[in-house]
Design a protein around this ligand. Structure first.
Ligand code: ADP
Ligand code: ZN
Length: 722
């Protein structure tokens, strides 16, 4: 079978992910491989697929014993004959596996590198037919990496001992320095090298203010009803507290931290892995060994201390390629806690590196710059697009507002009281609170007393945070921090230099679920039934549910209602083996559901293209903001003029216009995009078979702008062409 056929028939996938095909072809051609691909990029398929095609066994070195079983279960599910050898198994199981290996009946064998220290092991490997070696988590061989494992050094003799067998090394994290080190230590021979982008387009990044945290988190979880996710907290106490709070509110949540016994930890992790609880509340101790593909959100309730951890932790979301939500709740109050630990670091250089990393995290959370761009640039990757379409900044769910007047009011209160008071007291002065302290100090006589009583105190705390973030004021003093003005503040107070802030338009109401295609929706009631069936079948076989079918696969079933085997086989993720194993049961469940709900009309699958990629569901913009845009547009203002007038970025306005178009408003397309260009753009969307703006813009030889593509997309959707 060709790689393509194998992909479809065995794995049930419609197409390769980026880089997979090149890697696979090179493994088949017996060339060494070095590949850095992000989590969820589909590394396993790169060696599992050749294992199915090639004569002999592919031997995979993997450091995590806990993962081997799931990997092997997953491979067996699709009909790849797989096994593992590690120290956790009985001698009976081990000799069974050796027997299969010698008989040449294994496609795939997972082993932990420490096996190589067992003296006769090389002889065993030497006596069987091996088609290729795959080294998973290859960065573990490098002392420069963040996860060095001495066991991995024994892999450096692999190529000397087996010069005729190709070696493919994979990792999700390697700076260029670590990459050179890995290639060198393994002795790879002119390897086919892939450095894939670190961009995880299916992850939506956003930051929310960390106030009213409990109600915010409940709202968030309500919007992610029944979906699986991780909530990270920094301390054990807060983990326990949050888990209890969630449980009290009817959410199935369990804690995970290093202070629990290994058995408790394992039980809780298993429960999460098997979809028995929806949320795991954890310290950073949780993570290694999480291979679960259907994690729909990762929440950071406290500020992470550096971008590496943040990237790695958020990276656990959405491995199946479906949209997932990464939220950080940010408050400047978290900074001193992290600083406290950083200040304990003895080594000067190390300490200043830690401070810089923390600053990067703070900038990530507080600057008006695409979150994705900031992350990628941290990892030395240039991000060229000016709109990533999947972060709160780019999708315009934050808005720039002018806060100059309020800044002046607040800073004047600080100045007139001698820069000797804290944030709470200053806010009291501005709102004109009648407190004992204010009366005693005579602060009710200050000129700014009560100038901000038209706005709540929380607003003035928000302004305080903003001014701190922008370095207009600072907080000084350890035990009783007081607010003081910086040099920059003079420009605002005396020269009226403008101050702008980011303001959230409305709390996010994004619903993430399996997304299928424009105009098609997932039948949620059926999804619940199939989810239950999946769980039942998974339990029977003692595998995690996502090993049976991914969320995406279930989602497609809940959209196309396949009730025959050929229909079922067309669903993404249903290969031959899965069809045999589970087809009948899922078909029966769908039939019975349709029987109970005779009003449902089933879409005609044959007319649909299933490979269309769908952007995350966009948040509905608040009515009046896009009304305002509409008014200005009708008045004949250009995009740029509207943006200036409304103090919003141009892409936000373009987003409004697209929405207005989709909503069927009367908008003259001729004024937005000329007709020749329009035809060209429509053609690009259709031939590239995409929903995304980037490929269209990129394939136009720079003749089309993002905004133009966006408007045409709006019209195409309105007319049902997309
Ligand atoms: P990695 O090891 O790179 O983090 P995995 O190998 O675990 O990623 O793959 C992540 C998910 O993507 C898995 O659920 C896998 O089945 C799925 N996957 C891999 N390749 C494809 C593909 N070509 N099409 C669809 N899904 C894929
Ligand atoms: Zn962005």
């Amino acid at each position: 079978m060709s790689p393509h056929e194998t992909l479809k028939k065995v794995f049930g996938f419609q197409g390769f992910r980026p880089n997979q095909e090149g890697i696979i072809n090179n493994i088949l051609a017996k060339r060494d491989i070095f590949a850095v691909m992000p989590t969820g990029g589909g590394k396993s398929l790169c060696y599992q697929l050749p294992a199915k095609i090639m004569e002999g066994t592919v031997v995979v070195f993997s450091p995590l014993i806990s993962l081997m079983k799931d990997q092997v279960d997953g491979a067996r599910e699709v009909g790849v004959s797989a096994a593992f050898i590690n120290s956790s198994m009985t001698s009976q199981d081990m000799s069974d596996t050796y027997r299969k290996l010698r008989a040449g009946s294994l496609d795939l064998l997972y082993i932990a590198p420490e096996r190589l220290a067992v003296s006769h092991f090389y002889d065993t490997l030497g006596s069987v037919e091996i088609s290729a070696f795959a080294v998973d988590e290859a960065h573990c061989i490098s002392e420069w990496g963040h996860d060095f494992r001495p066991d991995y050094l024994s892999l450096s003799t692999l190529i000397t001992k087996f010069p005729n067998i190709p070696v493919a090394a994979f990792t999700a994290t390697a700076t260029e320095k670590v990459q050179r080190d890995i290639i060198d230590k393994l002795g790879l021979r002119n390897p086919y090298t892939i450095r894939a982008s670190f961009n995880r387009q299916n992850l939506f990044y956003r930051v929310e203010r960390k106030d009213n945290l409990e109600s915010r988190i409940l709202t968030f979880l309500r919007n992610h009803n029944n979906e699986q996710g991780i909530i990270y907290r920094t301390t054990r106490d807060s983990v326990v507290e949050t888990a209890e709070f969630l449980a009290d509110n009817g959410i199935k949540a369990l804690p995970y931290h290093a202070g629990m016994t290994p058995v408790e930890r394992k039980d809780n992790q298993e429960a999460f892995n098997r979809d028995e609880v929806t949320v795991i509340v954890a310290t950073i101790a949780f993570g290694m060994g999480i291979d679960k593909s259907n994690i729909r959100f990762v929440v950071h309730m406290d500020l992470p201390k550096n971008p590496e951890s943040f990237y790695q932790e958020t990276g656990r979301a959405g491995r199946d390629g479906e949209p997932a939500d990464c939220v950080l709740f940010f408050s400047r109050g978290d900074i001193p806690k992290i600083r406290f630990f950083i200040d304990q670091i003895q080594d000067d250089r190390e300490r200043s590196v830690a401070v810089e990393k923390l600053n990067r995290m703070v900038r990530y959370a507080s600057q008006n710059v695409c979150r994705r761009k900031q992350i990628l640039e941290y990892f030395d990757e240039q991000y060229e697009k000016d709109n990533c379409d999947a972060c709160d900044i780019c999708t315009g769910s934050v808005e720039k507002t002018d806060i100059t007047i309020d800044a002046q009011k607040l800073m004047s209160a600080i100045s007139r009281t001698g820069q000797r008071f804290g944030a709470a007291h200053i806010a009291d002065i501005v709102v004109g609170a009648n407190t004992k302290r204010i009366r005693e100090l005579g602060h009710d006589k200050v000129k700014t007393y009560g100038v901000g009583r038209d706005k709540p105190k929380t607003h003035w705390r928000f302004i305080t945070d903003e001014l701190l973030a922008q370095g207009l004021i600072v907080q000084n003093g350890d035990r009783y921090p007081v607010l003081q003005l910086t040099e920059k503040a003079r420009n605002v107070l005396f020269k009226s230099h403008p101050v702008t802030a980011l303001k959230r338009l409305e709390p996010e109401r994004k619903k993430y679920g399996p997304s299928i295609g424009p105009g098609l929706s997932v039948d949620e009631a059926l999804f619940e039934r199939l989810r239950a069936l999946r769980k039942e079948l998974a339990d029977k076989q003692q595998v995690p549910p996502y090993v049976v079918f991914s969320d995406k696969t279930l989602g497609e079933m809940c959209c196309y209602y396949p009730v025959t085997e050929p229909e079922m086989a067309k669903i993404n993720g249903v290969g031959d083996m899965k069809l045999i194993h589970y087809g009948a049961e899922f078909i029966a469940a769908i039939k019975s559901y349709l029987g109970d709900n005779p009003h449902i009309t089933v879409p005609d699958r044959n007319e649909r293209d299933f490979s269309i990629s769908v952007p995350p569901v966009k948040k509905k913009l608040k009515g009046d903001t896009y009304e305002a845009t509409f008014e200005l547009l009708k008045a004949g203002l250009s995009l740029k003029e509207i943006a200036e007038r409304r103090k919003l970025v141009q892409t936000t306005i373009a987003g409004h216009i697209e929405r207005l178009i989709m909503d069927g408003r009367e908008i003259d397309i001729d004024l937005l995009v000329e007709s020749d260009k329009r035809a060209q753009i429509e053609k690009l969307f259709t031939t590239l078979n995409t929903w995304n703006l980037t490929p269209v813009v990129e394939n136009s030889n720079e003749t089309i702008t993002y905004d133009e593509a966006r408007f045409v997309r709006g019209f195409m959707q309105r007319e049902g062409k997309l």
